[in-house]
Design a protein around this ligand. Structure first.
Ligand SMILES: [Zn+2]
Length: 614
């Protein structure tokens, strides 16, 4: 028997009730990487492009600067870009690399990467021993001396330290390499010794990051130390992590005060992911509120139409801050469309936070933003031909995606490599017995503990439907919660074994299918796509166009100026019969549009301006 109910998200914000429910434990959890495999599809091809890049890197070249710093002889040629021997951030990419490889190893046991990571951890352990058993980095610890005495003059040593520590923890938690865990423990002891010598006032100067492009950016030091505490349960790790939390930033967020304007986005979003981890460890409501309030202000007042953020700083004091990497005045977005908005690292960190908040709440609000950002930002960052990643994803017109070279080794190379090992990570969630389906991606979920498997087949979003087939060891009663996104405003059809469900299907909700499931049971979800637009919060005449879930990009070499009313523009849109191509007829011009995630080297535009004065 099938029961289906629509659970609507009436609240546009997190209510008091749901906050108190949070304290009782998280309603849903994600599945492990190994439980969910992508099936052959365009998304799996994106994952494989990323894997090929991880395979092609040479471990000895990745380790050059670590060996040199530890006084160990090496004949390997140094890498280039931000991993060159002259760059202050050298070593940071190695941390991302460890995390990305650990994820692939956990997912499907990639033997080449497993051998390589074992080798790299052995070398890193050797380097740490040569350096006295605590310190480990690709640069000298003198960098920390400079940071603690001059409070500048170095490029973010803690940022790099965090990446390496997190890489080590990921290798431990995802592949079971205990040596990696011990290296990270030693590194935390090194930090403790440094911090114990500093006064509160000195620590404040070392970690205060309110200026433009802060060179003392500490990355997710608080997050990795909260992660370490979750494993070790050593109160010293919690105490050390809390030093990096910085009350000047967390308290206004707890109080729901938007202080984001002028702050460097990737520096501070990393801190919020740390607050979320702190709350998960300690259940301190202040840090839960800081994370939830931040997410709301980010998505309601500082984000572009595809869930991305960062751009020009209102008061620009560095060349970068004139065009990139900072949050601006709340809701003032239409005049920020430089060629360098929407840093990919920021997008990946915001997706991490969104996925975490979904686990705390099971709210469709988070599922909706996650799906939008997944297709229209994250996948749009990667070159579908060769897997290269952009640093920025411009949304004005005319713009081009400036893909990073594979030997740039910039922050977004590293975070992009990590992100594309997690395409399978947030498709499904579960509680004690029930399953949530948040994304429509061809994949297999194998919930071994319950003897339940779910197979999803689709070409979403190009095709507007998905088919879900259930297998169970024995017939089992549980609920499958099916996500109905905000854009699915009409005529969504859900069939269970060919029969239409009776419940009303509301956008921005989970439809619950509660029945005794047996092998071969099948769900089909079919959506109706409409053309629609979203305006900038500060200018209703700056618009972006969607077809169902998909953000459309104009192929254009000129600035996009449209005429007519919003409705007239929407009625000028049509879908072409072959593939995902669209036309817009407007003011005597026929524009060609494609999904933003399909743009590679073409000149394009996303936001268009409506002007009727001339
Ligand atoms: Zn970046």
């Amino acid at each position: 028997m099938t029961q289906a109910t629509g659970q609507n998200a009436k609240d546009k914000s997190i209510t008091k009730d749901s906050r108190s429910a949070l304290m009782k434990g998280h309603p849903v959890s994600s599945f492990s990487n190994s439980a969910v495999q992508l099936k052959s599809s365009w998304l799996e091809q994106r994952e494989e492009l990323n894997r090929a890049y991880l395979h092609q890197l040479n471990p000895d070249r990745l380790l050059v600067n670590f060996r040199v710093n530890a006084g160990i002889q090496t004949d390997a040629k140094p890498l280039e870009g931000w991993e060159s021997p002259q760059c202050g951030l050298r070593g940071h990419f190695v941390g991302h690399y460890l995390s990305a490889c650990a994820s692939m190893i956990e997912k499907d046991g990639d033997t080449l990467l497993k051998r390589r990571i074992t080798y790299m951890i052995d070398v890193l352990a050797e380097c740490q021993q040569k350096l006295g058993g605590k310190y480990l980095s690709a640069f000298s610890e003198k960098e920390f001396n400079t940071l603690e005495t001059k409070f500048s003059g170095v490029w973010a040593p803690y940022y790099t330290f965090h990446k390496i520590m997190q890489g080590l923890l990921d290798v431990y938690t995802l592949t079971g390499n205990k040596k990696a865990y011990h290296i990270a423990l030693n590194m935390s002891e090194y930090i403790k010794v440094r911090m114990d010598k500093l006064s509160d006032a000195e620590i404040e100067k070392v970690l205060y990051t309110a200026e433009a492009n802060p060179t003392n950016e500490a990355g997710g030091m608080n997050e990795v130390l909260h992660n370490l505490y979750a494993l070790s349960k050593d109160p010293a790790h919690l105490k050390l992590a809390s030093i990096f939390d910085r009350k000047w930033f967390s308290q206004p967020l707890t109080d729901d005060k938007d202080i984001l304007s002028g702050l460097h986005s990737n520096t501070h979003i990393a801190l919020v992911n740390g607050y979320a981890r702190r709350y998960e460890n300690t259940h301190e409501g202040d840090y839960r509120d800081a994370a939830i309030n931040f997410w709301k202000m980010l998505n309601s007042h500082h984000s572009y139409v595809n869930g991305t953020s960062s751009g020009p700083r209102p008061i620009a004091t560095t060349p970068t801050s004139r065009i990139a990497e900072h949050w601006g005045i709340a809701d003032h977005l239409s005049a920020t469309l430089t060629g360098e908005i929407a840093e990919s690292c920021v997008t990946h960190n915001s997706q991490k936070l969104t996925a975490r908040l979904f686990q705390w709440t099971a709210s469709p609000l988070y599922a909706d933003i996650y799906m939008n950002t997944f297709y229209n930002a994250m996948l749009a960052e990667q070159n579908k031909e060769n897997g290269a990643i952009v640093y920025h994803l411009p949304l004005g017109s005319p713009r081009k995606k400036a893909f990073l070279k594979e030997n740039d080794f910039k922050c977004c190379n590293g975070s992009g490599n990590e992100a594309f090992t997690h395409l399978n990570s947030n498709i499904y969630f579960h509680d004690q017995q029930n399953i949530w389906v948040n994304l429509f991606i061809s994949s297999v979920l194998n919930w071994k503990e319950k003897g339940i498997a779910i197979e999803q087949d689709c070409q979403f979003p190009e095709d507007n439907k998905t088919k879900i087939t259930v297998s169970t060891k024995t017939p089992t009663q549980f609920i499958i919660n099916l996500f109905v996104p905000s854009w699915a405003k009409r005529n969504t059809i859900i069939l269970v074994n060919g029969e239409s469900i009776k419940a009303k299907i509301n956008p921005m909700s989970f439809v619950q299918i509660d029945r005794k499931w047996k092998t071969g049971d099948q769900i089909v979800m079919c959506f109706s796509y409409d053309f629609h637009y979203k305006s900038m919060p500060d200018n209703e005449n700056v618009i972006a166009l969607f077809y169902g879930p998909t953000l459309l990009a104009f192929k254009t070499e000129k600035e996009l100026i449209l005429k007519g009313t919003h409705d007239q523009i929407i009625s000028g849109l049509s879908k072409q019969t072959n593939g995902s191509f669209f036309n817009l007829k407007n003011n005597g011009v026929v524009y060609e549009l494609v999904p933003l995630y399909q743009i590679t080297n073409e000149s394009y535009g996303v936001y268009a301006t409506i002007r009727n004065e001339y």
